[in-house]
Design a protein around this ligand. Structure first.
Ligand SMILES: [Zn+2]
Length: 174
């Protein structure tokens, strides 16, 4: 299968920034998870395309267009969540509103993530009109791994071992 992996944000766009108990930018966590994800998927024989493999800014339309040009079978965007209330936590997966193929992909991925991280809150599958989900022509999901705004989860997201575990869980779901 051809998989397009999309590490959210990058370059001049840091995404959400965790500030407590230390500074951590979402863009760096997303990229690290996606590099592990590439490795895991390739080990399973999949062909992987990354919308970025370094710390650069890529527009949302370019990310979707890249996946379409590569004729990817599925599209996985990886993000970390953030909220004003720093107690918000959990893992959720987004699909384009009403997308049946997106849901079919999101369900096993979300299930695998919350099975791997059973002490994390399962926030379920949510629907939105996100540009990368709307403009991609293949089944597409956007995974929000945890809340970088939550001090406990920021520590979780700073740990490379967890990036690898997240990558393995997503791969298992796929
Ligand atoms: Zn993001």
């Amino acid at each position: 299968m051809k998989v397009c992996i999309d590490p959210g944000h990058g370059g001049t766009d840091p995404g959400a920034s965790g500030k407590d108990p230390f500074v951590l930018n979402e863009k760096d966590v997303n990229l690290s998870i996606c590099l592990f994800l590439k490795k895991e998927l390739e080990a399973k024989g999949h062909t992987v395309f990354l919308t970025r493999d370094k710390d650069i800014a890529v527009s949302l339309s370019d990310r979707a267009e890249f996946a379409n040009q590569k004729n990817a079978d599925i599209f996985i965007s990886v993000h970390c969540n953030s909220f004003a209330n720093n107690t918000a936590e959990g893992i959720e997966t987004w699909i384009f509103s009403g997308s049946k193929s997106g849901k079919k992909l999101a369900e096993p991925v979300q299930k695998s993530l919350v099975a791997t991280f059973s002490n994390h809150k399962d926030r379920g599958i949510k629907e939105a009109n996100f540009q990368v989900l709307r403009e991609t022509q293949m089944p597409a999901i956007l995974v929000e791994c945890e809340f970088i705004s939550n001090p406990t989860q920021l520590k979780f997201l700073s740990d490379k071992e967890n990036h690898e575990k997240i990558a393995k869980a997503i791969t298992l779901g796929i």
